[in-house]
Design a binder for this molecule. Structure first.
Ligand code: DON
Length: 309
Protein backbone atom coordinates (compact mmCIF):
# COMPACT_ATOMS: atom_id res chain seq x y z
CA UNK A 1 0.00 0.00 0.00
CA UNK A 2 1.50 3.33 -1.01
CA UNK A 3 0.69 6.42 1.00
CA UNK A 4 0.56 8.51 -2.18
CA UNK A 5 -1.06 7.47 -5.47
CA UNK A 6 0.28 8.13 -8.96
CA UNK A 7 -2.91 10.12 -9.62
CA UNK A 8 -2.15 12.44 -6.73
CA UNK A 9 1.42 13.02 -7.92
CA UNK A 10 0.25 13.60 -11.51
CA UNK A 11 -2.42 16.02 -10.34
CA UNK A 12 -0.18 18.11 -8.10
CA UNK A 13 2.79 18.20 -10.48
CA UNK A 14 0.54 19.36 -13.32
CA UNK A 15 -0.92 21.97 -10.97
CA UNK A 16 2.46 23.42 -9.84
CA UNK A 17 4.56 23.14 -13.06
CA UNK A 18 3.59 26.68 -14.01
CA UNK A 19 5.50 28.04 -10.99
CA UNK A 20 8.72 27.40 -12.96
CA UNK A 21 8.08 30.85 -14.46
CA UNK A 22 8.68 32.42 -11.03
CA UNK A 23 12.32 31.41 -10.75
CA UNK A 24 15.59 31.09 -12.65
CA UNK A 25 17.97 28.22 -13.38
CA UNK A 26 21.27 28.35 -11.45
CA UNK A 27 24.10 29.58 -13.64
CA UNK A 28 27.03 30.05 -11.26
CA UNK A 29 28.02 26.48 -12.15
CA UNK A 30 28.20 26.89 -15.95
CA UNK A 31 27.05 23.34 -16.77
CA UNK A 32 23.87 23.76 -14.72
CA UNK A 33 22.80 26.77 -16.78
CA UNK A 34 21.99 24.36 -19.65
CA UNK A 35 19.13 22.73 -17.73
CA UNK A 36 15.72 23.33 -19.25
CA UNK A 37 13.40 25.08 -16.75
CA UNK A 38 10.41 23.18 -18.17
CA UNK A 39 11.54 19.80 -16.87
CA UNK A 40 9.67 18.61 -13.80
CA UNK A 41 9.32 15.28 -12.04
CA UNK A 42 8.22 13.80 -8.72
CA UNK A 43 8.40 10.37 -7.11
CA UNK A 44 7.33 8.88 -3.81
CA UNK A 45 9.07 5.72 -2.56
CA UNK A 46 7.14 4.13 0.27
CA UNK A 47 8.76 2.29 3.19
CA UNK A 48 7.15 -0.86 1.82
CA UNK A 49 8.79 -0.53 -1.57
CA UNK A 50 6.17 1.06 -3.86
CA UNK A 51 7.20 3.93 -6.11
CA UNK A 52 4.56 5.97 -7.94
CA UNK A 53 6.04 8.81 -10.02
CA UNK A 54 4.98 11.70 -12.27
CA UNK A 55 6.51 13.87 -15.00
CA UNK A 56 9.98 13.16 -16.46
CA UNK A 57 10.77 10.64 -13.77
CA UNK A 58 13.63 8.99 -15.73
CA UNK A 59 15.42 12.30 -16.26
CA UNK A 60 18.79 12.33 -14.50
CA UNK A 61 19.97 15.42 -12.68
CA UNK A 62 22.89 16.09 -10.36
CA UNK A 63 21.93 16.03 -6.70
CA UNK A 64 24.20 18.97 -5.65
CA UNK A 65 23.58 19.93 -2.02
CA UNK A 66 21.23 17.03 -1.36
CA UNK A 67 24.50 15.05 -1.24
CA UNK A 68 25.38 16.88 2.00
CA UNK A 69 22.92 14.69 3.92
CA UNK A 70 24.39 11.47 2.58
CA UNK A 71 28.01 12.50 3.11
CA UNK A 72 27.15 13.45 6.68
CA UNK A 73 25.65 9.99 7.17
CA UNK A 74 28.78 8.35 5.75
CA UNK A 75 31.13 10.45 7.90
CA UNK A 76 29.09 9.62 11.02
CA UNK A 77 29.21 5.92 10.15
CA UNK A 78 32.98 6.05 9.53
CA UNK A 79 34.05 8.25 12.46
CA UNK A 80 31.21 8.61 14.97
CA UNK A 81 29.45 11.66 16.39
CA UNK A 82 32.25 13.02 18.53
CA UNK A 83 34.82 13.21 15.73
CA UNK A 84 32.37 14.72 13.23
CA UNK A 85 31.03 17.37 15.61
CA UNK A 86 34.56 18.36 16.59
CA UNK A 87 34.85 19.67 13.03
CA UNK A 88 31.35 21.01 12.36
CA UNK A 89 28.63 22.58 14.50
CA UNK A 90 24.95 21.72 14.95
CA UNK A 91 23.30 25.12 14.69
CA UNK A 92 21.39 26.72 11.82
CA UNK A 93 22.78 29.71 9.96
CA UNK A 94 20.74 32.66 8.74
CA UNK A 95 23.26 33.27 5.94
CA UNK A 96 23.19 31.93 2.37
CA UNK A 97 24.71 28.48 1.82
CA UNK A 98 27.93 29.81 0.29
CA UNK A 99 28.63 32.46 2.96
CA UNK A 100 32.07 32.82 4.55
CA UNK A 101 31.06 35.50 7.10
CA UNK A 102 30.34 33.27 10.11
CA UNK A 103 33.65 31.43 9.73
CA UNK A 104 35.40 34.60 10.73
CA UNK A 105 32.90 35.62 13.39
CA UNK A 106 32.79 32.29 15.20
CA UNK A 107 35.80 31.07 17.12
CA UNK A 108 37.64 28.76 16.28
CA UNK A 109 36.22 29.10 12.77
CA UNK A 110 34.22 25.86 12.91
CA UNK A 111 31.41 25.93 10.32
CA UNK A 112 27.95 26.24 11.87
CA UNK A 113 26.42 23.08 10.42
CA UNK A 114 27.00 20.34 7.78
CA UNK A 115 24.29 21.62 5.40
CA UNK A 116 26.05 24.86 4.40
CA UNK A 117 28.97 24.66 1.98
CA UNK A 118 31.65 25.31 4.61
CA UNK A 119 30.29 22.55 6.86
CA UNK A 120 29.88 20.13 3.99
CA UNK A 121 33.47 20.71 2.88
CA UNK A 122 34.67 19.97 6.43
CA UNK A 123 32.61 16.75 6.50
CA UNK A 124 33.72 15.60 3.03
CA UNK A 125 37.31 16.16 4.19
CA UNK A 126 36.75 13.36 6.75
CA UNK A 127 35.68 10.65 4.30
CA UNK A 128 38.09 7.72 4.39
CA UNK A 129 40.62 7.29 1.59
CA UNK A 130 44.33 7.90 0.95
CA UNK A 131 43.55 10.21 -1.98
CA UNK A 132 40.59 11.77 -3.74
CA UNK A 133 39.95 8.76 -5.95
CA UNK A 134 39.55 6.42 -2.96
CA UNK A 135 37.32 8.96 -1.22
CA UNK A 136 35.07 9.26 -4.28
CA UNK A 137 35.03 5.44 -4.40
CA UNK A 138 33.80 5.27 -0.77
CA UNK A 139 31.08 7.81 -1.55
CA UNK A 140 29.90 6.05 -4.71
CA UNK A 141 29.85 2.64 -2.94
CA UNK A 142 27.65 4.14 -0.22
CA UNK A 143 25.30 5.82 -2.72
CA UNK A 144 25.03 2.59 -4.71
CA UNK A 145 24.09 0.69 -1.55
CA UNK A 146 21.40 3.26 -0.68
CA UNK A 147 19.98 3.12 -4.23
CA UNK A 148 20.58 -0.63 -4.63
CA UNK A 149 21.91 0.30 -8.05
CA UNK A 150 25.53 -0.26 -9.06
CA UNK A 151 25.26 2.07 -12.03
CA UNK A 152 25.02 5.23 -9.87
CA UNK A 153 27.85 7.61 -10.78
CA UNK A 154 28.62 11.31 -11.21
CA UNK A 155 28.30 13.59 -14.23
CA UNK A 156 31.87 14.39 -15.31
CA UNK A 157 30.98 17.59 -17.18
CA UNK A 158 29.10 19.09 -14.25
CA UNK A 159 31.85 18.09 -11.79
CA UNK A 160 34.54 19.57 -14.03
CA UNK A 161 32.53 22.72 -14.67
CA UNK A 162 32.09 23.30 -10.93
CA UNK A 163 35.73 22.41 -10.17
CA UNK A 164 36.91 25.09 -12.62
CA UNK A 165 34.70 27.78 -11.10
CA UNK A 166 34.49 26.89 -7.37
CA UNK A 167 36.37 29.99 -6.21
CA UNK A 168 34.10 30.62 -3.23
CA UNK A 169 34.27 27.01 -2.06
CA UNK A 170 38.06 27.13 -2.39
CA UNK A 171 38.08 30.27 -0.23
CA UNK A 172 35.99 28.53 2.43
CA UNK A 173 38.29 25.50 2.35
CA UNK A 174 41.51 27.52 2.57
CA UNK A 175 40.08 29.57 5.44
CA UNK A 176 39.26 26.36 7.32
CA UNK A 177 42.63 24.84 6.49
CA UNK A 178 44.28 27.84 8.12
CA UNK A 179 42.19 27.12 11.25
CA UNK A 180 42.94 23.39 11.29
CA UNK A 181 39.35 22.33 10.47
CA UNK A 182 40.44 20.96 7.10
CA UNK A 183 43.56 18.89 6.56
CA UNK A 184 45.44 17.85 3.42
CA UNK A 185 45.15 19.16 -0.11
CA UNK A 186 42.35 21.68 -0.78
CA UNK A 187 42.45 20.83 -4.49
CA UNK A 188 41.86 17.13 -3.74
CA UNK A 189 39.03 18.08 -1.38
CA UNK A 190 37.43 20.22 -4.12
CA UNK A 191 37.82 17.29 -6.52
CA UNK A 192 35.88 15.00 -4.15
CA UNK A 193 33.30 17.64 -3.23
CA UNK A 194 32.48 18.64 -6.82
CA UNK A 195 32.12 14.97 -7.80
CA UNK A 196 29.85 14.24 -4.82
CA UNK A 197 27.65 17.21 -5.83
CA UNK A 198 27.58 15.94 -9.43
CA UNK A 199 26.23 12.48 -8.52
CA UNK A 200 23.41 11.82 -10.95
CA UNK A 201 20.02 10.30 -10.25
CA UNK A 202 16.40 10.44 -11.26
CA UNK A 203 13.57 11.23 -8.82
CA UNK A 204 12.76 7.55 -8.25
CA UNK A 205 16.31 6.78 -7.11
CA UNK A 206 16.43 9.86 -4.90
CA UNK A 207 13.03 9.07 -3.38
CA UNK A 208 14.31 5.57 -2.59
CA UNK A 209 17.10 7.03 -0.47
CA UNK A 210 14.47 9.18 1.24
CA UNK A 211 12.59 5.99 2.05
CA UNK A 212 15.71 4.58 3.75
CA UNK A 213 15.73 7.63 6.04
CA UNK A 214 11.94 7.42 6.54
CA UNK A 215 12.43 3.77 7.54
CA UNK A 216 15.00 4.69 10.24
CA UNK A 217 17.91 3.63 8.05
CA UNK A 218 16.51 0.33 6.78
CA UNK A 219 16.17 -0.65 3.12
CA UNK A 220 12.51 -0.13 2.06
CA UNK A 221 12.45 -3.35 0.05
CA UNK A 222 14.34 -5.77 2.29
CA UNK A 223 14.32 -4.04 5.70
CA UNK A 224 18.09 -4.66 5.89
CA UNK A 225 19.77 -1.87 7.92
CA UNK A 226 21.84 0.41 5.64
CA UNK A 227 22.34 3.32 8.04
CA UNK A 228 22.25 3.12 11.87
CA UNK A 229 18.96 4.57 13.19
CA UNK A 230 20.81 7.21 15.26
CA UNK A 231 22.68 8.43 12.18
CA UNK A 232 19.42 8.59 10.18
CA UNK A 233 17.85 10.57 13.03
CA UNK A 234 20.72 13.09 13.17
CA UNK A 235 20.60 13.61 9.40
CA UNK A 236 16.83 14.15 9.41
CA UNK A 237 17.16 16.66 12.24
CA UNK A 238 19.66 18.71 10.20
CA UNK A 239 17.24 18.52 7.26
CA UNK A 240 14.59 20.13 9.50
CA UNK A 241 16.79 22.85 10.99
CA UNK A 242 19.10 23.64 8.04
CA UNK A 243 17.97 21.65 4.98
CA UNK A 244 16.40 24.54 3.08
CA UNK A 245 19.16 26.98 4.01
CA UNK A 246 18.06 30.42 5.13
CA UNK A 247 14.51 29.52 4.12
CA UNK A 248 14.32 26.64 6.62
CA UNK A 249 12.01 28.49 9.05
CA UNK A 250 9.43 29.45 6.43
CA UNK A 251 9.60 25.95 4.97
CA UNK A 252 9.05 24.43 8.43
CA UNK A 253 5.84 26.44 8.82
CA UNK A 254 4.52 25.87 5.29
CA UNK A 255 5.64 22.25 4.81
CA UNK A 256 7.00 20.87 8.07
CA UNK A 257 8.95 17.77 7.02
CA UNK A 258 12.72 17.06 6.95
CA UNK A 259 13.89 18.13 3.48
CA UNK A 260 17.06 19.02 1.61
CA UNK A 261 17.43 21.04 -1.56
CA UNK A 262 20.14 21.38 -4.20
CA UNK A 263 20.81 24.12 -6.77
CA UNK A 264 20.19 21.71 -9.63
CA UNK A 265 16.51 21.96 -8.63
CA UNK A 266 16.22 18.75 -6.59
CA UNK A 267 14.45 18.52 -3.24
CA UNK A 268 14.26 15.39 -1.11
CA UNK A 269 11.61 15.17 1.62
CA UNK A 270 11.31 12.47 4.25
CA UNK A 271 8.00 11.40 5.79
CA UNK A 272 8.69 9.22 8.81
CA UNK A 273 7.36 5.67 8.55
CA UNK A 274 5.76 6.51 5.18
CA UNK A 275 8.44 7.19 2.58
CA UNK A 276 10.73 9.50 0.62
CA UNK A 277 9.41 12.20 -1.70
CA UNK A 278 11.74 13.56 -4.40
CA UNK A 279 10.83 16.50 -6.60
CA UNK A 280 12.83 18.04 -9.44
CA UNK A 281 12.42 21.34 -11.28
CA UNK A 282 15.52 23.44 -12.11
CA UNK A 283 13.92 26.87 -11.78
CA UNK A 284 15.04 28.28 -8.40
CA UNK A 285 13.89 31.01 -6.01
CA UNK A 286 16.30 33.59 -4.61
CA UNK A 287 17.42 31.28 -1.80
CA UNK A 288 18.38 28.52 -4.26
CA UNK A 289 15.38 26.21 -3.74
CA UNK A 290 13.30 24.72 -6.59
CA UNK A 291 10.09 26.75 -6.98
CA UNK A 292 8.16 23.82 -8.43
CA UNK A 293 9.58 21.55 -5.72
CA UNK A 294 8.55 23.87 -2.89
CA UNK A 295 5.04 24.33 -4.31
CA UNK A 296 4.51 20.60 -4.73
CA UNK A 297 5.81 19.83 -1.26
CA UNK A 298 3.56 22.51 0.21
CA UNK A 299 0.43 21.30 -1.55
CA UNK A 300 0.99 17.60 -0.96
CA UNK A 301 2.10 17.82 2.66
CA UNK A 302 -0.81 20.09 3.54
CA UNK A 303 -3.28 17.72 1.89
CA UNK A 304 -1.69 14.71 3.60
CA UNK A 305 -1.24 16.51 6.94
CA UNK A 306 2.36 15.35 6.98
CA UNK A 307 3.78 18.25 9.01
CA UNK A 308 5.69 16.93 12.01
CA UNK A 309 4.60 19.92 14.10
O1 DON B 1 28.85 23.94 -3.71
C1 DON B 1 27.99 24.38 -4.45
O2 DON B 1 27.81 25.58 -4.58
C2 DON B 1 27.11 23.41 -5.21
N1 DON B 1 27.85 22.28 -5.64
C3 DON B 1 25.99 22.93 -4.34
C4 DON B 1 25.20 24.05 -3.72
C5 DON B 1 23.78 23.71 -3.51
O3 DON B 1 23.20 22.82 -4.08
C6 DON B 1 23.07 24.62 -2.61
N2 DON B 1 21.66 24.44 -2.75
N3 DON B 1 20.70 24.97 -2.62
Amino acid sequence: MSFVSKNELDYWLEHVRIYANNGTVADYIPALANQSPEISAAAFYSVDGECPSAGQSNYKFTIQSVSKVFILALALIQHGEEAVFNRVGKEPSSDPFYSIRKLELESPGKPLNPMINAGALAVTNMIRGRHSEEMVGEILDFMRRLCQDDSVTYDRDVAESEFQTAFLNRSLAYFMKQNGIITGSVEELLDVYTKQCAIEMNVKQLARIGAVFANDGRDPDTNVPLIPATVARICKTFMVTCGMYDNSGTFAINVGIPAKSGVSGAILGVIKNEGGLAVFGPSLDKKGNSVVGIELLEKLTQEKKWSIY
